[in-house]
Design a protein around this ligand. Structure first.
Ligand SMILES: Cc1cc2nc3c(=O)[nH]c(=O)nc-3n(C[C@H](O)[C@H](O)[C@H](O)COP(=O)(O)OP(=O)(O)OC[C@H]3O[C@@H](n4cnc5c(N)ncnc54)[C@H](O)[C@@H]3O)c2cc1C
Length: 423
């Protein structure tokens, strides 16, 4: 048995077999001929064991990577392709994703399964861009679910957590390719929080990072532009992180000294400006110092207060955390298991270096997230199980019933998934 682990090393598994399928017929044959638990894996970029399976079969759909026009601004996209390759192919077709997150290594299926998102209240998560989803149920039967035709079943499966079926492709609503003018600058955290609505709504995509102990918000604003390209400067974020790690280690005992040193370290890494085509503008380099992460999506109106509390808590009790927190907004949708169901959200992500104990930090920040009815990102660390999740999702029972119909023998259910869904 070959060992599998996710990107950060936080989830490890020993599947009995790993199999890469390339056609729907092959997939159907695998599902009907083999018995036992099956788990699909994309790029392994989730921080939880959501894609992990011990003993059972781990399936990947790397070969399902086609990207073709399905209408003037619609594309049919294979579920196993990586977002980077997909976005380049889309651009070649004269189409674009309306929004993206901060990396493009995930597969389309992985991004759909966990409601992966970028920033901007005008945009939902990837699943909100879907108009049709094709999946194979646990008995090897193919279903094409359309937003218009299959209402509830489509909405239940569009954020599927990999538990209702194996997604083979999706039809995505796209927009015309665009160019983004991105600026990064630092301001006092208090100014950012005091003028929160205006600053987060100042342009198309706004997000900010907060470096624990610094008092400074590092803001990234993107607006569409037709101006000539201004090449993206060399990415020095990993150097910046190394400096933050050093400052944290040397000066963790003195908050005042640390704030001073961080202020200096940040100054060298703040201002940045470029104008790039959409598919080059969104992704950033995260492949240096690896980390673990929790991210909760809170009702927008509670976001700034929750963030103040999280920052105070981490600065008081976890001075060793030097990874910046990431703060984004996401628009509401109507997908049953989307953390953005029915509410515009503020997403707060807390990161810590991989290999360092994450549990105490998680438990602490979750006290704040739970107080404000935060819903966790499905692919990032959290401690919630079915009873608490059910209270957060108005359509929980409907989605769980839809899942049961597609997987009556619980073939997609590992012990982790069973706890999550209450099976
Ligand atoms: C460095 C880094 C940056 C990140 N940035 C962002 C970000 O900006 N925004 C954000 O929201 N998230 C972000 N994430 C989280 C990431 O987007 C999600 O965890 C995503 O699900 C990972 O996709 P994947 O292809 O790696 O899927 P995996 O992690 O391999 O799997 C995720 C889920 O998808 C299921 N799945 C995979 N293939 C299929 C299939 N064919 N059919 C059905 N289910 C399937 C798996 O079973 C599992 O449940 C980031 C993660 C990392 C490590």
């Amino acid at each position: 048995m070959k060992q599998w682990s996710n990107w950060s090393g936080s989830a490890v598994a020993r599947p009995a077999a790993q199999h890469a399928v390339t056609t729907e017929d092959e997939l159907s044959t695998v599902l009907t001929r083999q018995t036992g638990t099956v788990r699909m894996v994309g790029s392994g970029h989730s921080f939880t064991p959501i894609a992990a399976v011990d003993q059972g079969l781990q399936l990947s759909l790397d070969g399902f990577d086609r990207v073709e026009a399905a209408g003037p601004m619609q594309a049919r996209i294979g579920a196993g392709g990586q977002l980077g390759a997909i976005s380049r192919a889309l651009d070649g077709l004269g189409q674009a994703f309306s929004n993206m997150g901060d990396i493009n290594d995930q597969t389309l299926a992985g991004a759909l399964a966990t409601a992966t998102h970028g920033t901007g209240l005008g945009f939902g998560c990837y699943s909100a861009m879907l108009s049709e989803l094709t999946l194979m149920d646990a008995r090897g039967e193919r279903h094409v679910l359309s937003r218009d035709r299959d209402g509830d079943l489509f909405r239940a499966m569009a954020v599927g957590i990999g538990t209702g079926g194996i997604v083979t492709e999706g039809v995505v609503n796209t927009v015309a390719p665009y160019r983004l003018n991105r600026r990064r600058y630092a301001i006092a955290l208090n100014d950012m929080l005091d003028e929160f609505d205006a600053r987060m709504g100042a342009c198309r995509n706004v997000e900010f990072y907060y470096i624990t102990g610094s008092g400074q918000a590092l803001v990234m604003e993107s607006e569409t532009s037709q101006a000539p390209l201004v090449p993206r400067p060399e990415d020095r974020d990993q150097d910046g992180l190394a400096q933050l790690r050093l400052a944290g280690r040397l000066l963790g005992w003195s908050p005042a000294l640390r704030r001073f040193a961080l202020g200096r370290a940040i100054r060298g890494h703040t201002d940045e400006h470029f104008i790039e085509d959409w598919h080059r503008a969104f992704p950033t380099d995260r492949d240096g110092i690896r980390f673990n992460e929790t991210e909760y999506h809170l009702p927008l109106e509670h976001g700034p207060q929750a963030l103040r509390e999280v920052i105070a808590l981490v600065e008081r009790s976890f001075p060793e955390v030097y990874f910046p927190m990431e703060v984004r907004t996401v628009g509401a949708d109507d997908l049953s298991l989307s953390p953005f169901f029915g509410r515009d959200s503020l997403s707060i992500a807390v990161h810590h270096e991989a290999g360092q104990p994450f549990e105490p930090l998680l438990r602490a920040v979750e006290t704040v997230f739970h107080k404000y009815q935060g819903r966790p990102h499905w692919g990032k660390m959290h401690s919630l199980t079915a009873p608490a999740l059910r209270a957060l999702y108005p359509e929980w029972d409907m989605a769980i019933e839809a899942r049961r119909m597609l997987d009556p023998d619980n073939r997609f259910v590992t012990p982790y998934i069973a706890r999550l869904l209450g099976l």
